[in-house]
Design a protein around this ligand. Structure first.
Ligand code: BES
Ligand code: ZN
Ligand code: ZN
Length: 501
């Protein structure tokens, strides 16, 4: 779908359909007021909108959509999109409105859709932000995973025209940014939705090489031999139970004016399928563990976004890619392994494998002399228990960095919430037989134990943030602008964070 920003009059739009945002009234039962552009359209259409509102057919409730025939106007249909109450308005409602409009339009067979930008501009949303939010909502909302459907859905919206009476340049800049961010998130979603039998470590590494060549950043892949040579013992231990060899992807992006700067290191958990290994998982919902590579997929998407946005910094991306299966050579509970850092780990559960591969990636990152490290991982079911599905968990060792991640979470619509990292928790991962064990006490601070394990492998003195995306990496139920399956979580968060680093 093309997104076009233009200055113009909505009533003269030469397309199939126009969509307008409408706020709900603060007082119960009051008829919502039409935005001036909508009033103009309504005058030409014989007052059908005002009449419908008066009858209470459409109240402006957030997410509501109503469809009207546009008689007397150049277009076929008018869509009213509810924005909720102005007093409760949050910028994310603009993404939701765009997604609702686009999905409704697609169902109605609309090819060319116009959206009244001025109707969503307000507190915290200027024309540039509106351009970005509308475009993000539209592109994210229309995405669906069809790679393995023999018959693809035929209806597609071909172009979205963002129309304003104001500064079209600012609007276009926002739309351009939104297109890059949302398409990069969809890139991550597409590869993350790919099932374990197709998305093997080797295929994921090839995918990374493909986007590196396409968008202009470097990609090096370590195969099993090189992983052995580098003594990445955590990665080798987790991959031992699968016939699929592991891969370790190393990305490098050098933005404009970044020469001599220390890099930001982005690390993503890339378990292509997590059966639990010998500590095998229950079969219910096990198919969802194809999404256990969401962290790595987000890093790939974030690199595509950074390169396309020409972000003025240096980035290193690390993605250990491994399948966790219980084959004859699999690591067992009780095994003691030696990690890349030289530390020994007692494996209590082979299902706590994410921290083991990430521990290696973290200590490996020291050679890049990072300015800061951010890792993304579907690390713990406990994070779902603690926070539900509304945000990702955030933990780390540096107040300034964590505050930046929190602020990026708010702006990107990918919220994070902090959990503590007090020293007292170190005790939870203490092993009687090795330097550390990979699991803490049962049912106690599971997400913190995971992060505490990772912390033991963070290069000394480097600010580090860990985002646990176990609850946010995929949707079992569609939300306002995010359908079923992989969400690409992390791509928008990182894109927003790059503005601050
Ligand atoms: N990939 C899982 C975590 C997960 C669970 C992500 C549910 C998304 C939804 C991870 O490898 C895992 O199995 N963690 C264990 C850790 C435990 C053994 C300490 C868990 O959360 O149960
Ligand atoms: Zn696991
Ligand atoms: Zn896992």
């Amino acid at each position: 779908m093309d997104v076009v920003a233009a200055k113009g009059l909505l009533a003269e739009f030469k397309g199939d359909t126009v969509a307008l945002g409408v706020f709900e009234r603060e007082e119960k039962g009051k008829v919502p007021e039409l935005f001036i552009t909508a009033k103009r359209i309504d005058a030409k259409a014989g007052g059908i909108l005002a009449e419908s509102l008066k009858k209470g057919e459409f109240t402006g409730k957030l997410g509501a959509v109503a469809t009207y025939h546009a008689r007397g106007l150049p277009m076929r249909l008018i869509l009213l999109i509810g924005l909720g109450k102005r007093s409760e308005f949050e910028p994310d409602a603009v993404r939701q409105a765009a997604a609702k409009a686009c999905c409704a339009a697609r169902e109605l067979g609309v090819k060319k859709l116009g959206f009244c930008v001025d109707s969503v501009v307000g507190k915290g949303v200027d024309l540039e932000v509106a351009g970005r939010l509308l475009t993000e909502g539209a592109i994210l909302g229309l995405y669906r995973f069809e790679a393995y459907k023999t018959e693809k859905e035929k209806k597609e919206v071909e172009s979205l025209h963002l129309i304003t009476s104001g500064n079209a340049k600012a609007l276009a800049e926002g739309a351009c940014k939104g297109e890059i961010i949302a398409s990069s998130a969809n890139l991550a979603r597409e590869i993350c939705n790919d099932p374990g039998n197709y998305a093997t470590p080797e295929k994921l590494a090839k995918f990374a090489q493909g986007i590196a060549a396409k968008y202009g950043f470097k990609c090096k892949v370590l195969g099993k031999r090189e992983i052995e040579k580098e003594k990445l013992g955590g990665i080798l231990s987790v991959s031992a139970g699968s016939h699929q060899p592991p891969a370790f992807v190393i990305l490098e992006y050098n933005g404009p004016k970044s020469a001599g700067k220390k890099p930001i290191v982005l690390i993503g958990k890339g378990i292509t399928f997590d059966s639990g290994g010998i500590s095998i998982k229950p079969s219910k919902d096990m198919e969802k563990m194809k999404f256990d590579k969401a962290g790595a997929c987000a890093i790939f998407g974030a690199f595509a976004a950074a390169a396309r946005l020409r972000a003025p910094l240096r980035l290193i991306g690390l993605a250990p890619l491994v399948e966790n299966l219980p084959g004859g050579e699999a690591s067992r509970p009780g095994d003691i392994i030696r990690m890349h850092s030289g530390k020994t780990v007692e494996i209590i559960s082979t299902d706590a494998e994410g921290r083991v591969i990430l521990g290696d990636a973290l200590s490996y990152s020291a050679r890049f002399k990072p300015k800061a490290i951010l890792d993304l991982a579907t690390l713990t079911g406990a994070c779902v228990a603690a926070l539900g599905y509304e945000c990702s968990g955030l933990l780390g060792n540096d107040e300034t960095l964590l505050a930046k991640v929190e602020s990026a979470g708010g702006r990107s619509g990918e919220r994070v919430w902090r959990l503590p990292m007090w020293k007292a928790y170190n005790e939870y991962n203490r092993s009687d037989n090795a330097d550390i064990k990979n699991v803490g006490p049962p049912s106690a601070a599971g997400t913190i134990c995971g992060a505490k394990f990772l912390e033991a492998f963070v290069p000394k003195g480097v600010p580090w943030a860990h985002v646990d995306i176990a609850a946010t990496a995929w949707n079992d139920k569609p939300s306002a602008y995010m359908g079923l399956g992989a969400t690409g979580v992390g791509v928008r968060l990182i894109a927003a964070l790059l503005d601050e680093l």
